[in-house]
Design a protein. Sequence first.
Length: 262
Amino acid sequence: MTLLETRARTGAMARINPVAKLGASALIAVPLILTLDMVSAAVALALECVLFLFAGIGWREFWVRTWPVWLAAPLTGVTIALYGEASGTVYFEWFLVHISDGSLALAGATTLRVLAIALPSVVLFITVDPTDLADGLAQTWRLPARFVLGALAGLRMVGLFVDDWRALELARRARGVADRGRIRRFLGMAFALLVLSIRRGAKLSTAMEARGFGASTRRAWARPARFGGQEWMLLLIGAVISASAIAAAVATGTWNFILGPG
């Protein structure tokens, strides 16, 4: 368990059912997916920043977890600015590259849209424990327990891949075969890791079956997944953010329903 994971579980969002976090992320994302305009994305992002203050995570952790989003959003905007649909004044044109008022407006809207959709999902799921998520999916959404517990067991094993990879690398170095061709070395280690994963999965499956995880009878849960006031409040906040973004875009006349005609 890392230091970031330990701190995340003490935050304000740690006690909320992960299913509610899934729902809130969906409520925020769906309206932004249906439109491409700067106003709705900017309003949603501004309201989300207020929500982040109550997530119970430090600024260092926030930047460490979200830096890929901050990197991907501007890169997406640059691509749209260069290759987006040209309209209005054209500032630069060469082959397929067209930089114009229209492409720059689309670039700004796309950048804000990526940030508004991705950031709340990342921040909300920083505080999600895999076991709590499995409990919520099985008890709240009534998903099959066998599928949920199998996915949880597999997710718990992901962290072992890094340790296995390092162990394989050290073993190959000890045998003097670690410096012969990077591609060949990578393929050999990947195959060895695949074999180890299959063996571990078979052993884990047998152990779970022996403990009754695959039984057809109704199972009990060690930690009940509750869905109460806090969860409904988070869903309400997500709905308010979406409604505010839509209302602002419609009021300013910038609402651009991308699935509509034309």
